[in-house]
Design a protein around this ligand. Structure first.
Ligand code: ADP
Length: 425
C-alpha cells in the first residue's frame, strides 16, 4: 500500500510504535475514497490493525452538519430574535438578535433552563402561553413586558418536534406610540364629555331663564293693556305712544323668549322618530304660512318629496323656518319664486330651499347660523336671529348638515341633509 507511506495512518503507526499505546482514529483513505474507523494495537512482534468502513455514516453526518450550518445561517440572519427550547424549557438555540435583546451571551444560555435564567418570567403570561402552545400544539402570539429590561416584546411561539421555536421582537416604541394615542383619545373623549355637559348646562340655563321670564313679561304686557284700556281718555297722545312702544317691546320679547325656548329644546329632547310623508308635512307648514304666501303672491315650485324617518316637530320647524325666511327676505319686485328640491345618495337625503330674494354676502354665510346673528335691523325685517340656529341644531342632532349658497341680490339656496339611518341613531 504505497499510498499509506505519507499519510495520517503512517503517523499514528509511528506513534504507537514509539509509545507502545493503542490508538483509535478516523481516517480518510483518499486512494479508495473511503472513510475508516481504525484501531492500532501494539503487539510483541508488530501491530494489529482493526478497521471498519464508515464511509456511509460519514457522508450522512457531513450532510447533517451542512444542513445545520445552513439552518444556522438562516436563523442568524433573520431580523427577529430566535430561540429554541426543548420540552423541559432548556435552551437549545439562541441567535445573535436574541443575545442583543435579552442581553445574555449564547454560551451562557444554551443548555440552561429558561425559568432559571429568566425567573421573572415564571408565572407570567409568557409561561401561560408557552404551556398552551405545548398542550394544544398551536402557535401562540402575545405581547410580554420584560420588566428588568423595560422592554415590550412581541412573541410568537411555534410548537416543534423538539420543543418550542420562539421568535420575538422589540415593540417598546410601538407600545409607547399606542399608549400616547390612547391617552390622546381618552383626553379627547373627556374634553367632548365636558363640552357636552357644559352645553347641556347652557341649554338648561336658557330653558329655565326663558321659561321664568315668561311670567313677569306676561304681567307687564297685561297691565300695559289694562292701563291703556282704563285710562285711555285721561292720557295724552305722548303717553299713548309710550304705552304702544312698551306693548311692542313686550311682544318682541315674548317672541325672543319663545324662540329661545325652541332653541334650547331643539334636538335635545327625546322626540320620537317616525315615518313621515314629507308632502303631508310640507302641506301642513304651507297652510300655516298661507297668509304671507298669498300676501306676497309667492310662486311655489315643489318637487314630489320622499318619505323620511325623523321627528315630526323637527321637520315642520325646519321647513317653517326656511320657507318663512325665503318669503320674508324676498325681493320687493313682486311675485317671488321659491323652489323646493331634493336629491339622495346611499346615505342621506339632501333638500334645497331656493329663493330669488335679497341674497346674502359670502362673508356672512357661516355667521347667520349662529344664535342671535341678524344682518338687518328689526325695522327692516322682523325676527329674533334664532331661526337658523334652531335649524342647525335640528339637523345636527342626527348628524345632518345645513349650509347656504347665496350671492347678495341674487337669491339664496339653503341646503340641509337628513341621514337615512336615523333608526339606529
Ligand atoms: P331671523 O330671520 O329671525 O333674523 P334667522 O336665524 O332665521 O333669524 O336668520 C338669520 C339671518 O340670516 C337673517 O337675519 C337674514 O339676514 C339672513 N337670512 C336668513 N334667510 C335668508 C334668506 N332666505 N335670504 C336672505 N337672507 C336670509
Amino acid at each position: 500500500f504505497p499510498q499509506l507511506k505519507k499519510s495520517v495512518f503512517k503517523d499514528y503507526l509511528e506513534e504507537v510504535k514509539r509509545t507502545r499505546k493503542p490508538a483509535q482514529f478516523e481516517f480518510y483513505y483518499e486512494y479508495y475514497d473511503l472513510w475508516f474507523d481504525e484501531s492500532i494495537y501494539p503487539s510483541e512482534d508488530g501491530f494489529s490493525v482493526y478497521y471498519k468502513d464508515i464511509t456511509k455514516r460519514k457522508i450522512i453526518t457531513q450532510a447533517l452538519e451542512e444542513a445545520y450550518k445552513k439552518e444556522n445561517e438562516i436563523l442568524e440572519s433573520i431580523s427577529d430574535a430566535f430561540v429554541a427550547v426543548d420540552k423541559e424549557y432548556n435552551f437549545i438555540y439562541f441567535n445573535k438578535k436574541a443575545e442583543e435583546l435579552l442581553q445574555i451571551k449564547k454560551e451562557k444560555a444554551i443548555g440552561k433552563n429558561m425559568w432559571e435564567l429568566f425567573n421573572y418570567a415564571k408565572g407570567s403570561i409568557a409561561e401561560n402561553e408557552y404551556k398552551k402552545s405545548f398542550k394544544n400544539n398551536e402557535t401562540r402570539i402575545f405581547d410580554f413586558y420584560n420588566e428588568p429590561l423595560n422592554t415590550w416584546l412581541n412573541i410568537k411561539s411555534f410548537p416543534s418536534k423538539k420543543g418550542l421555536s420562539i421568535y420575538f421582537r422589540d415593540i417598546t416604541h410601538e407600545k409607547q406610540q399606542q399608549e400616547e394615542l390612547e391617552k390622546l383619545n381618552s383626553d379627547l373623549n373627556e374634553y367632548a364629555r365636558k363640552l357636552e355637559e357644559s352645553n347641556k348646562e347652557l341649554e338648561q340655563f336658557a330653558y329655565i331663564a326663558s321659561h321664568d321670564l315668561q311670567e313677569p313679561l306676561r304681567m307687564v304686557s297685561s297691565f300695559m293693556v289694562l292701563l291703556k284700556k282704563k285710562y285711555e281718555n285721561q292720557l295724552d297722545d305722548k303717553a299713548q305712544t309710550y304705552i304702544n312702544f312698551a306693548v311692542d317691546g313686550t311682544e318682541r320679547m315674548r317672541k325672543i323668549i319663545v324662540d329661545l325656548l325652541d332653541f334650547s329644546r331643539a334636538g335635545t329632547e327625546h322626540e320620537s322618530l317616525e315615518k313621515l310623508d314629507l308632502n303631508e308635512e310640507l302641506a301642513e307648514v304651507l297652510s300655516l304660512l298661507h297668509s304671507s304666501i298669498s300676501k306676497k303672491n309667492v310662486d311655489l315650485d315643489i318637487q314630489e318629496l320622499p318619505e323620511v324617518y325623523y321627528s315630526k316637530t323637527a321637520i315642520r320647524q325646519l321647513f317653517h323656518n326656511l320657507i318663512g325666511n325665503a318669503i320674508k327676505y324676498s325681493n320687493n319686485n313682486g311675485n317671488p319664486k321659491i323652489e323646493i328640491k331634493w336629491t339622495e345618495n346611499k346615505k342621506e337625503f339632501q333638500f334645497e330651499i331656493k329663493d330669488d330674494g335679497i341674497g346674502i354676502d359670502r362673508k356672512h354665510h357661516e355667521k347667520i347660523f349662529q344664535i342671535f346673528q341678524r344682518l338687518h335691523s328689526k325695522s327692516e325685517y322682523s325676527g329674533t336671529g334664532l331661526g337658523l340656529a334652531i335649524c342647525k341644531k335640528l339637523v345636527e342632532r342626527y348628524r345632518g348638515n345645513i349650509w347656504v349658497k347665496s350671492q347678495l341680490g341674487k337669491g339664496s339656496s339653503f341646503f340641509f341633509t337628513l341621514q337615512k339611518n336615523t333608526h339606529y341613531a
